[in-house]
Design a protein around this ligand. Structure first.
Ligand code: DGL
Length: 279
């Protein structure tokens, strides 16, 4: 039997455009689901802001999604997941999924040598959320992890991605510089802990080959792990949509034309129609 909840949308929230990498993965794997995406482009970046501000902005954004018929909320933004997930879970009765825990579980599952790196925004790294989630996934304490988990902020990749410089010499040099400490620490698994980083996966692999003699490093994209957990959650709650072509609606809080244009790099397809909203 199909009821209104089966047909309700999955709400996806990000600080801006980057979360479209997560929306793209959900659309690819769960094409029957309607998606309502909100990017808070007026307030981006979240990655340089305090925890209190990230929580406040995130609550307002989720309030907007809740005005629509949604059955689950995905926090695609790593920074918001790191700082606001608990607050958002108290804010609504709907299931709320963040990207940190799925990413951490995926890293713990694939690491061969047990040496895991995490790259993210300054706020995500500062929160310690990935370290805690990885320790949890490995069934150990943060203290016991010692130096087996190495974390570093990669702030410059956010504007480079938004510029569309996914294979530019400047980006190549930046990635080379950012990868060096992870290679030095002999990391075998790297969590791409920011919405913007998955677009650089091919370049990261190339730089590892060209500059670091093919240092083996499994790249973990939280979007893939999150989508698997979303599919399981919807099935467990009997909330999967019936077979159909899901609709996608995009909202942003500023510069909708830019959102639609730059968004195609992240979404890998047309981002339209885009509606402008105020929170
Ligand atoms: N969406 C943010 C994240 O994944 C990156 C952009 C920002 O700083 O707002 O952490």
């Amino acid at each position: 039997m199909t009821n209104a909840m089966h047909k309700a949308a999955v709400g996806v929230f990000d600080s801006g455009i980057g979360g479209l990498t997560v929306a793209a993965e959900i659309a690819r794997r769960l094409p029957e689901e309607d998606l309502i995406y909100l990017g808070d482009t007026a307030r981006l970046p979240y990655g340089t802001k305090s925890a209190a501000t990230v929580v406040r902005y995130s609550e307002r954004a989720v309030d907007l999604l809740l005005r629509y018929p949604v059955k689950a909320v995905v926090i695609a933004c790593n920074t918001a997941s790191a700082h606001a997930l608990e607050a958002l879970r108290k804010h609504t009765d709907l299931p709320v999924l963040g990207v940190i825990e799925p990413g951490a579980r995926a890293a713990a599952a694939v690491t061969r040598g047990g040496r895991i790196g995490v790259a993210g925004t300054e706020a995500t790294i500062r929160s310690g959320a990935y370290q805690a989630a990885i320790a949890n996934a490995l069934g150990t304490s943060r203290e016991a992890l010692g130096d087996r988990v190495v974390t570093r902020p990669w702030p410059l990749l956010v504007p480079l991605a938004e510029e569309g410089w996914v294979d530019h010499p400047v980006t190549r040099l930046t990635i080379e510089t950012y990868l060096a400490p992870f290679v030095e620490a002999d990391i075998d698994t790297l969590v791409l802990g920011c919405t913007h980083y998955p677009v650089f996966k091919p370049l990261i692999r190339q730089v590892l080959d060209d500059r670091f003699r093919g240092h083996p490093m499994t790249l973990v994209d939280s979007a893939e792990a999150l989508t698997t957990e979303l599919a399981t959650l919807l099935a467990e709650h009997d909330l999967r949509a019936p077979a159909r072509d899901g609709r996608r609606s995009f909202f942003c809080t500023d510069a909708p034309e830019r959102f639609g244009r730059v968004g195609t790099v992240f979404f890998g397809g047309d981002v339209a129609p885009v509606f402008s909203v105020d929170l």
